[in-house]
Design a protein around this ligand. Structure first.
Ligand code: HXC
Length: 257
């Protein structure tokens, strides 16, 4: 298959998917989503493939949802189409997907990494939910998954201040399984994926399913709740201001409206 914004490569039983919008730091637009969903569905359906690795570039796993695509959207665009609900289809993949994160994993990028089954981080990785700086909030599960991954205190601080968490802190907090030198990241992720791909396929599916069952109780409602509020923020003037300010490279001027 041909994809516009990702590269897909098979290394024996491992499917390596690389986000490939380098000029926008892999910002997640509608085409990236369509490509990712198609590639993961093809991976899931291909009996020769046992585990996938999702990675970005050295500089950015993904710097978030595409702010330029969202800047002019309002509540009707967001709620009317249930914008970003499509990303949840990534979690429907029944075989494991490992996120290999180097550089920025911000906003939707952090949320995308957390949708994978676990995160392997380069020592250069930086995680954050900076949406509040744009006058909005996480909208792809971040407020729910981050709390479950690192606990309320760190998640709340990160969502309210937008500060980034470096790889070492992320490992200590339980957001990532391991930190490896940046130069070894993809190789190490592919090696780990190959180990998984070498296990019994049904056991792999069952293990993934049961670990997720422990993690997800109540999650669906949490995500639904988050998405409605995220959409509602697109009815505010501060969302327009925050995103316009980003595009114009200046500080936001909030009105609280
Ligand atoms: C669109 C983006 C982008 C984004 C970066 N770019 N992030 N475009 N959407 N999320 C673009 C920049 O506009 C710029 O394009 C180019 O990528 C390089 O970025 P720079 O800012 O010049 O790079 P740098 O100075 O190194 O700073 C890196 C950065 C910064 C700290 C990651 O780009 C940044 O703060 N990005 C936004 C992070 C963010 O707020 N993410 C959350 C998005 S909201 P030009 O054309 O100028 O070269 C979100 C909502 C999630 O994710 C909720 C539902 C999904």
């Amino acid at each position: 298959a041909e994809y516009e914004n990702i590269l897909v490569e098979q290394r024996e039983a491992v499917t390596l998917i690389t986000l490939n919008r380098p000029k926008a730091l892999n910002a997640l637009n509608a085409q990236v989503l369509a490509d990712l969903i198609a590639a993961l569905a093809a991976f899931d359906a291909d009996a020769s493939q046992g585990c996938a690795v999702l990675t970005g570039s050295e500089k950015a796993f993904a710097a978030g949802a595409d702010i330029k695509e969202m800047a002019e959207m309002g509540f009707a665009d967001m709620y009317g189409t249930d914008h970003f609900a499509g990303y949840e289809r990534i979690t429907a993949t029944r075989k494991p997907v490992i996120a290999a994160v180097a550089g920025y994993a911000l906003g939707g990028g952090c949320e995308l990494a957390m949708m994978c089954d676990f995160i392997l981080a380069a020592d250069t990785a930086k995680f954050g939910q900076p949406e509040i700086k744009l006058g909005v909030s996480p909208g792809m599960g971040g407020s729910q998954r981050l709390v479950r991954a690192v606990g309320k205190a760190k998640a709340m601080e990160m969502c309210l201040t937008g500060r980034m968490m470096e790889a070492e802190e992320a490992e200590r907090a339980g957001l990532v399984s391991r930190v490896v030198p940046a130069a070894d990241l993809v190789e190490e992720a592919v090696k780990t994926a190959a180990t998984i791909a070498g296990m019994a396929p049904l056991a792999v599916k069952a293990n993934k399913e049961m670990v997720n069952a422990a993690f997800e109780t109540g999650l669906a409602q949490g995500i639904q709740f988050e998405r409605r509020l995220f959409h509602a923020l697109f009815a505010t003037m501060d969302q327009k201001e925050g995103m316009a300010a980003f595009v114009e490279k200046r500080a936001g001027n909030w009105t609280g409206r």
